[in-house]
Design a protein around this ligand. Structure first.
Ligand code: SF4
Length: 381
């Protein structure tokens, strides 16, 4: 049964419409000329919807100019700044909010009140909404799954039900994380419980190609083959000049599903070195971020068969939280990079020293050689 159809600018998602591809700008939003150029390039390349990050009134003002300079359908990502919705809604076709981030601002205002504001603004300005649940920034009240329901699914269901209760039905849902199998499971479960709601698919922090494409294929191809998913983004850590590769990777996934050549789950080796890195966006703190992610990959090849996860994140908005479940986490500041082991901050280092510091930390933690998954499990008990 098809989901509801929702209109986003000139396109529809769900309701039996073809699956669409999306991408996101990583230029500074206040650099409206560069951002408009990137939006137009991605639009002409085949992105049906292009996302832009907005964190400040200056970003919102730039968006008004961007709107005039591109034909792209625009989506805006507000992260923690739901109060900016009113300033951006006249210039965009969809607003994405993250249920987890709604708890960071104005903690005394109930989340239901914030969503009510967003739905009212979206209605007034003819916008759709996306409930963008992210495994790394979950609603703190939903950190545990219950009765076999993953926390991401609980959060998405709660928000979908609440929007419905407001008679606001023009929304889609995304359930993203960096673990492809968790994304697969969460989307399957949500689609079973709310088959009427269109789904935006994606693996977040998938990383650099080719690994980032592989992880996205592992989650998205089986889902699409089962008829789950109405629009998708392949998030890749690539320089701005290569952002169209996200659209190429999305096309490859759709082609594989159409041809019945979907990837086998055996290709996922969770017991090997796993580097997750964000795709960067306007919030990235230093333009060296993509180079840093590449340098981390090169420098850690010695640990290719070790069962460790390294997270490399571009900013302070998502960096501190989304590195928590990695063995080693790096998150960027303007001039220094913070290094964590698990949830513990080891220090903050200049860009030209951080990679060596990471290697030292990995070697110190694995003095007696790589631990097996079993010994990891034992040490966690
Ligand atoms: Fe953007 Fe920061 Fe997320 Fe990276 S971690 S995509 S820079 S918000």
């Amino acid at each position: 049964m098809p989901t509801r159809a929702i209109r986003i600018g000139t396109i529809f998602i769900g309701g039996g419409h073809p699956v669409t591809l999306q991408s996101m700008c990583a230029t500074k939003t206040t650099d409206f000329l560069a951002t408009a150029k990137m939006c137009q390039l991605l639009h002409e390349y085949g992105a049906s919807l292009v996302r832009v990050a907005v964190d400040s009134p200056q970003d919102a003002a730039a968006l008004a100019k961007i709107r005039d300079l591109t034909d792209a359908n625009l989506s805006v990502d507000l992260q923690e700044n739901y109060r900016l919705a009113e300033a951006v809604a006249p210039f965009v076709d969809k607003i994405r909010y993250n249920p987890g981030h709604l708890h960071h601002v104005e903690p005394n205002v109930p989340w239901t009140e914030k969503v009510r504001v967003l739905a009212e603004i979206a209605t007034r300005y003819d916008c759709a909404l996306r409930i963008g649940v992210n495994c790394g920034s979950l609603d703190p009240t939903k950190k545990r799954g219950v009765a076999e329901l993953p926390p991401m699914v609980r959060s998405a269901l709660e928000h979908a039900d609440f929007l419905d209760s407001l008679q606001f039905h023009r929304f889609c849902v995304s359930l993203k994380g960096s673990d492809p199998l968790a994304v697969l499971d969460a989307n399957r479960t949500f689609a079973r419980l709310r088959p009427d709601v269109p789904l935006h698919l994606g693996v977040t922090e998938a990383g650099m190609p080719p690994e980032g494409i592989l992880k996205s294929r592992l989650a998205l191809e089986p889902l699409l083959a089962e008829g789950i998913g109405n629009t998708l983004r392949v998030s890749l850590t690539v320089p701005n000049t290569r952002k169209t590769e996200e659209v190429d990777a999305g096309r490859e996934i759709l082609r594989n599903v159409k041809n019945g050549t979907i990837i086998s789950p055996d290709q996922w080796k969770p017991d090997r070195l796993n580097i997750v890195s964000c795709p960067s966006c306007a919030r990235v703190e230093n333009e060296k971020f993509v180079e840093l992610a590449e340098a981390v990959r090169e420098a850690t090849r010695f640990a290719a068969d070790w069962p460790i996860k390294i997270a490399v994140m571009g900013c302070r908005v998502n960096g501190p939280g989304e590195t928590d479940d990695a063995d080693f986490g790096l998150w960027c500041g303007p001039n220094r990079v913070n290094l964590k082991r698990g949830e513990t901050l080891l220090g903050s280092f200049p860009y030209d020293e951080i990679v060596q510091e990471l290697i030292n930390a990995i070697r110190a933690a694995h003095k007696s050689g790589p631990r097996t998954n079993q010994s990891r499990a034992r040490s966690k008990r």
